[in-house]
Design a protein around this ligand. Structure first.
Ligand code: AMP
Length: 188
C-alpha cells in the first residue's frame, strides 16, 4: 500500500507517518527531511535550497520530483511508501500519479489532517524546544501555512474526485489521531 499524508505544516504529518510506518511496516518518505539532509550535508543542492526553505516557500517541483523518484523506482520500497509532505500542489499530485503509474503502482489512500492556524502556531512554538529546525519560527510558520492554503485546495479536490481522500480531525491528541488512522488503514 502507498499512502499520502497531507495537511498544513505542524499538523502532525511527521508524527503520524512515523507511527504508521512502524505499525504497518511502511517506509516514511518525507521530502522535507530529504531536503534538510541536503542542507546539512552542504551539497550543491543544499546550498541552492536553504534560503527557499527558510523563507517558507516551496522548493521547485523538479527538484522534489527527482528526490522521490529515487524511492518510487526501487524494488524495496515498492507499494510501501508513505508520502509525507509530497505532493504540495496540483502539479506534484499529477506528477506523483504518473511516477507511480510508470512503476506499476498507485496511491491507495490520502489522509488529510485538518488543523487550524491557531493550533499550529501553538505547536510550532512548542516544537522549537524539541527540534532544531531553522524554519520553525513564528514568522516562517505563518508563511508556510499561507503557502499551504494557496496550494492545497486543488490537491484536495483532485484526491476527493478520485475517491481517495479521508479527512481526519487533527486537533485531537496524537493517540486519538493514530487510532483513527490505524482503523482506517486496516479497513482498506
Ligand atoms: P516539511 O518538513 O514537510 O514541513 O517541509 C519543510 C520545507 O521543505 C517546506 O516548507 C518546503 O520549503 C520544502 N518542501 C518539503 N516538501 C516539499 C515539496 N513537496 N515541494 C516543495 N517544497 C517542499
Amino acid at each position: 500500500m502507498n499512502l499520502v499524508i497531507f495537511g498544513p505544516p505542524g499538523a502532525g504529518k511527521g508524527t503520524q507517518s512515523n507511527f504508521i510506518a512502524k505499525k504497518f511496516n511502511l517506509y516514511q518518505l518525507s521530502t522535507g527531511e530529504l531536503l534538510r539532509e541536503e542542507i546539512k550535508n552542504k551539497s550543491d543542492l543544499g546550498e541552492k535550497i536553504s534560503s527557499i526553505i527558510n523563507s517558507g516557500d516551496l522548493v521547485s517541483d523538479n527538484i522534489v520530483s527527482e528526490l522521490i523518484e529515487r524511492f518510487i523506482s526501487k524494488k524495496e520500497y515498492q507499494n510501501r511508501i508513505i508520502f509525507d509532505g509530497y505532493p504540495r500542489n496540483l502539479a506534484q499530485a499529477k506528477n506523483l500519479d504518473d511516477l507511480l503509474k510508470n512503476n506499476n503502482q498507485k496511491i491507495n489512500v490520502v489522509l488529510k489532517l485538518s488543523v487550524s492556524l491557531k493550533t499550529i502556531k501553538k505547536r510550532i512554538s512548542e516544537r522549537k524546544d524539541l527540534e532544531n529546525r531553522t524554519d520553525d519560527n513564528e514568522e516562517t510558520a505563518i508563511k508556510r501555512y499561507k503557502t499551504y492554503e494557496k496550494n492545497s485546495k486543488p490537491v484536495i479536490d483532485f484526491y476527493e474526485h478520485s475517491g481517495l481522500l479521508r479527512v481526519i480531525n487533527g486537533e485531537r491528541t496524537i493517540n486519538e489521531i493514530s487510532s483513527e488512522i490505524s482503523a482506517l488503514i486496516e479497513a482498506i
